[in-house]
Ligand binder design. Structure first.
Ligand code: ATP
Ligand code: MG
Length: 358
């Protein structure tokens, strides 16, 4: 049986995933810190970290968000280092265009196109796709021993994992195909579906936007082969034996349902799920050691009531966690309690002790 400790030693890519608000970003940071402590050169790429966590990682200033920053004083191990970067979908997209365009002029014509500008930030699934795109950029760069990628909350696992495949589907879309036929002017677009589509855009947004769109898609079409290639390489990196997915959940029923769905999708897709974390577990209060009815009516009534509520909550959570336990089979399943503060380096180090089961 693997442990998170051996994952942190051997993996070259670690992906935290799970439902919203369960501690994916925090877990990613704590694991990255722990790996740096073992002497590895680690980068953590986060999505929307809580304000103080971003401060701790030195990534609060979005102006320079595209370059990794070293987290000073993160580790006492002189061989190890921790780097952090905020995932910015738009700048990652820009970098992808610049890297992949056949020449500088083509890159510029895409980057300055208004259609591109509106797509880059808001394309459905752009965040998911960009998390994966960033990972390709980093893992082929060779600057780090371990890359820890945090992901946006995945309502459906497919959103994240299907992103490279979706890009390929986009290039096969009939409207895209028609728009990018070389030398064809708008007036000669005869395909009924595409014509209706363009007519609708034209009416809504004006002819300039349509011309922009055509220009954009034509410019992009020169990059299609490269992008397809990259999408399939990324799909392979995600299934590599040195990749580890860590599924994070809380002990709440809705989160567990979603985590179960995600675990199924990971297994079906051949992605190496290596560990599960149940975060934010409420501690079970110690038994009071006295008969509650004796106290319930006295001056401690409020505390007795609170004790009863916390005990009930912990019992509920324990019941919910049975579902995750069944799901985990022989994977490590690590419980992490609700802690006081996990947004500074001391807090993250404390959290990592739980994750490493020390
Ligand atoms: N074990 C813990 N004890 C106490 N607070 C925690 C713990 N883990 C996470 N938190 C806090 O819970 C909040 C949510 O954590 P985090 O941002 O890591 O979740 P997330 O899964 O990344 O959320 P999102 O889905 O919005 O990206 C943060 O304020 C974080 O500091
Ligand atoms: Mg997050």
């Amino acid at each position: 049986m693997t442990s998170l400790e051996s994952v942190l030693r051997d993996a070259s890519l670690l992906v935290t995933c799970g439902p919203g608000g369960v501690g994916k970003t925090t877990t990613a940071a704590a694991l990255a810190l722990a790996a740096a402590e073992t002497g590895r050169r680690v980068i953590v790429v986060t999505v929307d970290p809580a304000r103080r966590l971003a401060d701790t990682l030195g990534i609060v200033d979005s102006a320079g968000a595209d370059d990794p920053c070293e987290v000073i004083g993160a580790t006492g191990n002189p061989d190890g280092s921790l780097w952090a970067q905020m995932l910015d979908a738009e700048s990652t997209f820009d970098r992808m265009i610049t890297d992949r365009a056949p020449d500088q002029q083509r890159a510029q014509s895409i980057l300055s196109n208004p259609i591109y500008r509106s797509i880059a930030g808001s394309l459905a699934g752009a965040q998911e796709y960009m998390a994966i795109e960033r990972l390709h950029q980093l893992s082929t760069g060779g600057d780090y021993d371990l890359i820890v990628i945090d992901t946006p909350p995945s309502r459906h696992a497919i959103d994240l994992l299907g992103a490279p495949d979706r890009l390929v589907t986009f290039f096969s879309h009939p409207v895209y195909r028609v728009l990018t036929v070389p030398g064809r002017s708008l007036a000669r677009v005869t395909n009924a579906g595409s014509a209706a589509f363009l007519w609708a855009i034209r009416r809504l947004a004006g002819p300039k936007v349509v011309e922009d769109a055509i220009e954009f898609f034509r410019a992009l079409s020169g990059m299609e082969a490269g992008l397809r290639q990259r999408a399939s390489e990324t799909a392979a990196i995600l299934r590599d034996e040195r990749t580890a997915f860590v599924l994070v959940s809380s002990p709440r029923a809705e989160a567990i349902d979603e985590a179960a769905h995600l675990a199924g999708a990971l297994r079906d897709g051949g992605y190496p799920l290596q560990a599960m974390v149940i975060n934010l577990v409420n501690p079970t209060p110690l038994p009071l050691g006295v008969e509650l009815p004796d106290l319930a009516a006295g001056p401690l009534a409020d505390q007795v009531e609170l004790h009863r509520e916390l005990s009930a909550l912990a019992a509920d959570e324990a019941k919910e966690m049975l579902a995750l336990r069944a799901l985990a089979h022989e994977l490590p399943l690590i419980e992490v309690p609700l802690l006081d503060d996990v947004q500074d380096l001391v807090g993250l180090a404390g959290l990592s002790q739980y994750l490493l089961e020390r």
